[in-house]
Design a protein around this ligand. Structure first.
Ligand SMILES: Cc1ncc(COP(=O)(O)O)c(C=O)c1O
Length: 430
């Protein structure tokens, strides 16, 4: 059977492919240290589990936009948690926010401005949609964030017509970098977005996993008319396999809503009915926020631990602000790595997997240059149920004893750091 050339060029998602490789190695009895896949490991909240079993008989197709009770519940949640006002008719439900982002890229006119690095799937989705991409190359010096001056310079360099519509994909906290935007940093971008007719797909799926009690601010607070928020329960509620996502459309954009619903109705019809009923519980802030906060504190403790170990090993990395990822680089060890025949982040990731059974993801998958030597590390290789229980038991002392706690209950994370330290110290200084 022949495959169309475009699809032949497309590889399976790098994250999922790496995970399958690790599972295969583990099935062969090998010990693998898994910093390659970012799945939040905590158990399903009891009230969600109960609701799912109660609604197992909801076998009918749901409305494509999502069931009304759920959309109302989501509006309440966004009002309480994010201080944002939406009406249920502005809310769209789908099997995962990934599908919604794809639909937006397909439906909205104009080229896609894509920060580099950014999440693996955006660029592939844009290719599938035949969308023109313009990369916005960010730097660790500005925490991999888009700044007003670099956005303006990129638009000028590309000689883009100011009036015609463009799309920008912003993801904060960010996978892969763990960085996020402050209130001021978002506000500063708004005049440029408005002047240049830039519509923003604001991927806020990690918003509640913000560290140091940082209050997440959405761009929609300052640019409501041009911001489309996507989110869901895959990360902060550890429910990725439920395949549920949400899109919030600014008021007065019936055409956008109609387009997304038309595509959805031809492709997936609706998100699963029992899941939608169960997810109503997942959007009850009174039941859910405590659980989300504890899980976030654990992500913060684990990710900060890995960051501290990288720092001690003199591996360059921007300190994390949220999510469960770090994006270190070995660019200052280029000539030493070159002498080992390691020229790209792909070579580096492969070497670490083959030599130490340490899985990571190469920065090139996130849009970094071929010669760049960054890796994305995720910090979730531990038993989430055990860690959550023990964390709750030790709540009062945990901050003082976090290293001991991590050594006891997240030994793979400690071993991964040992490996990275051993590998890096074996490199010659340049
Ligand atoms: C940045 C980012 N956006 C979106 C998604 C998709 O999440 P889902 O389709 O499970 O809602 C992910 C998942 O890995 C992600 O990391």
């Amino acid at each position: 059977m022949e495959i169309t050339p475009e699809i032949t060029r497309l590889k399976p998602s790098a994250t999922l492919a790496m995970n399958e490789l690790v599972v295969q190695k583990r099935n062969e009895g090998q010990k693998v240290y898994h910093m390659g896949f970012g799945e939040s490991p905590f158990p399903v909240h009891e009230s969600v589990k109960k609701a799912l079993s109660m609604h197992a008989d909801k076998k009918y197709y749901a409305p494509t936009q999502g069931i009304l009770t759920l959309r109302k519940q989501i509006c309440d949640f966004y009002k309480q948690v994010y201080r944002l006002e939406f009406m249920p008719d502005q809310v769209l439900i789908a099997p995962g926010s990934k599908s919604l982002i794809y639909n937006l890229i397909v439906a909205l006119e104009g080229p896609l401005l894509l920060p580099s690095p950014s999440w693996v799937s955006y660029q592939h989705q844009a290719h599938l949609a035949h969308k023109e991409i313009m990369l916005l190359i960010t730097s660790p010096d500005t925490s991999y964030l888009i700044t007003p001056s670099m956005l303006l310079a990129s638009l000028k360099n590309a000689s883009m017509d100011q009036l015609s519509q463009k799309l920008l994909l912003l993801n904060y906290p960010c996978n892969p970098t763990g960085q996020s935007y402050s209130e001021n940093q978002l506000k500063e971008l708004v005049p440029i977005l408005k002047q240049n007719n830039i519509i923003v797909i604001s991927d806020e799926i990690y918003s509640l996993i913000s560290y140091n009690n940082h209050v997440h601010h959405s761009l929609a607070e300052y640019y409501p008319e041009g911001t489309l928020i996507t989110g869901g329960i895959s990360k902060d509620r550890s429910l990725g396999g439920y395949r549920f996502g949400v899109l919030l459309i600014p008021q007065g954009n019936e055409n956008v809503k109609r387009s997304i619903l038309s595509i959805a109705s031809e492709i997936w019809s609706s998100a699963s009915s029992p899941i939608q009923h169960a997810v109503i519980e997942a959007y009850k802030s009174n039941k859910m926020l405590g659980y989300i906060q504890i899980c976030t504190r654990i992500h913060e403790m684990m990710t900060n631990y890995v960051y501290k170990r990288l720092n001690e090993a003199k591996i360059s990395c921007v300190p994390p602000k949220g999510g469960f990822y770090l994006f270190p680089d070995w660019n200052n060890k280029k000539s030493s790595l070159k002498s080992m025949n390691l020229h790209t982040s792909y070579d580096l990731a492969e070497y670490l997997l083959e030599t130490y059974n340490l899985a990571s993801l190469p920065g090139v998958e996130f849009g970094m240059a071929k010669s760049d030597l960054s890796l994305r590390l995720s910090t979730v290789d531990y038993d989430g149920s055990l860690v959550l229980n023990k964390f709750m038991e030790n709540l009062s002392t945990i901050e003082k004893n976090s290293s001991e706690f991590i050594s006891e209950f997240a030994p793979n994370l400690v071993a991964s750091c040992d490996i990275l330290e051993e590998f890096t110290s074996s490199l010659k200084e340049t």
